[in-house]
Design a protein around this ligand. Structure first.
Ligand SMILES: O=P(O)(O)OP(=O)(O)OP(=O)(O)OC[C@H]1O[C@@H](n2cnc3c(O)ncnc32)[C@H](O)[C@@H]1O
Ligand SMILES: [Mg+2]
Length: 206
């Protein structure tokens, strides 16, 4: 069955419960971490080939069409999730990662992707050169939308760290410049980084 069609059970008592949830991202590293953090291999299928009746998370590696809006982390997350639900035509999970600098009252926040592209790891450090406070918060916001036209529900986690000169492999975003308890994310192996998840505060928000 195509992932663009929401799958429902045939049992009438469970008729409204979807059996397929699509996680949509254009970022391969994000996809790998979500797979590692949230679900076991038994209920994850790749690319929309869900022929089983068990509830499945379908991991889809593709960009959500359209452009990210400007706004708060939550507004950006809701908007992307709504657009993903519209294009998939069913339930979707998306994720937005922001990096807030305390010295900048939360910026770059949801715009970190563009700052990273524009000035790189060194530039992010240079932005904070004039400030003693190097504190940063990694903010991870999952958004779930039940289908086109439905309001997304948000789940958010925040991890406090600090911005340091790059250390470790530079294959994933700002990992080399975000230090948490003496190690940058890039210096941790994936299992170690993923284990930090439960330390984050997860709260549903409307
Ligand atoms: O298709 P989507 O899911 O939107 O993928 P994206 O790469 O555009 O992701 P975001 O919009 O959330 O932008 C977040 C930016 O932060 C980076 N990023 C995301 N998660 C990260 C993590 O755990 N560690 C380091 N960098 C990360 C990512 O590469 C982007 O530059
Ligand atoms: Mg994005």
């Amino acid at each position: 069955m195509s992932s663009s069609t929401p799958t429902t059970t045939t049992d009438s008592s469970k008729a409204a419960r979807p059996t397929t949830l699509n996680f949509i991202t254009g970022n391969a590293n994000k996809l790998a971490e979500v797979r590692a953090i949230l679900f076991t291999e038994t209920n994850v299928v790749e690319g929309g080939d869900n022929s089983s009746n068990k509830p499945q998370l379908v991991l889809q590696s593709r960009d959500v069409p359209g452009h990210e809006i400007q706004g708060s982390i939550e507004e950006v997350a809701r908007d992307k999730c709504s657009r993903a639900a519209a294009v998939v035509g069913g339930p979707v999970l998306t994720e937005d990662t922001a990096l807030e600098f305390a010295a900048y009252n939360g910026l770059p926040g949801p715009y970190i992707k563009y700052f990273l592209q524009a000035v790189g790891h060194e530039g992010l450090n240079n932005m904070l050169a004039a400030y003693e406070d190097k504190t940063a918060f990694a903010v991870c916001t999952f958004a779930y939308c039940g289908g086109p036209g439905q309001d997304p529900i948000l789940f958010q986690g925040r991890t406090q760290g600090r911005i340091v000169p790059a250390r470790g492999p530079s294959n994933f975003g700002w990992d080399p410049v975000f230090e948490y308890e003496g190690k940058t994310y890039a210096e941790m192996d994936k299992a170690e980084k993923v284990r930090l998840g439960p330390q984050k505060i997860i709260r549903p928000s409307a």
